[in-house]
Design a binder for this molecule. Sequence first.
Ligand code: TRP
Length: 346
Amino acid sequence: MTNEQHTAPVEEKPARKKIILSGIQPTGIFTLGNYIGAVRNWGQLQEDYDCYYFVADLHSLTIRQNPADLRKQTLEAFALLLAAGIDPEKSLVFIQSHVHNHAELGWILMCNSMFGELSRMTQFKDKSAKHADNVNAGLFTYPSLMAADILLYQADLVPVGQDQTQHLEFTRNVATRFNGLYGDVFRLPEAYLPKEGAKIMSLQDPARKMSKSDPNPKARISILDDEASILRKFRSAVTDSEAHVCYREDKPGISNLMTIYSVVTGKSYEAIEDEFDGRGYGDFKTAVGEAVAEELRPIRENFARLMADKKYLEDVYKMGAERAQSISNRTLTKVRKKVGLLAKPF
Ligand code: TRP
């Protein structure tokens, strides 16, 4: 060792990057709403955070699924995450059910979730009304599994839509209760709400959220739609009769299109109002359609390439599952010990 090296200042340990974690259910090809509200932001967070993203296939079992479709959709959802810019070299990407720690901690947390608090979840109330013939126990304990997903990885921040904030609050409550009983085991996660564009509405009924399951295909843009259908759907988007492009609460259709255009082009609402001042809705709708088609084209192309290479996808989700298992083992081992489960002999 030279003298110089010997006296060089000790490099400061870099601060720990915060952990971001989120999951998405594989029930149907993502819409433009899922993309703008979630997945697009996930890709952008990769540089600044330690990101963990997964396909929440276990959660999809709370609704009756066709097994072959679920398998196919799980692989497609995984490929879509990669196609939309989540880089497996930068982020941990995996499939929830490939890491059995989720189910195991899910059970332990169920035993620390109260019947009363689960009964208050609005998603449970909505879904049990909608699927009255299948109000199963999983639908009821869904939030305990979601809490396990989050707490296993000691996540700091969880990007979720408005509809999941109650589940995140529930997660914090369960974690606080558990920590109170057993000492500091879980980090308390916080919601990470994206600045804007979080909520994209239906193109046919701008009072409702754009949904994968909308029976009217004109109401939603699928992330894999081709250019012609994207243009067609935007041209037939429901708007008002004022023919003045501006962002206003009483103009939900045009405002929704402005949100989409603004997110995709990076232009502000004022800039968009100027750009289309004195021009009709037709021009504007075409411009939005073209911008969206341009944004989605590389995703569609990446997706086709990935789906043609199943071996690559398999390698990536295998690597992801192994890493996820090893990271989450740390928390689970601690939890098992705390609650009194005998140490595993292997
Ligand atoms: N419940 C979420 C949804 O339907 C998906 C999900 C499952 C999730 N586990 C998660 C989201 C953990 C964030 C963190 O949108």
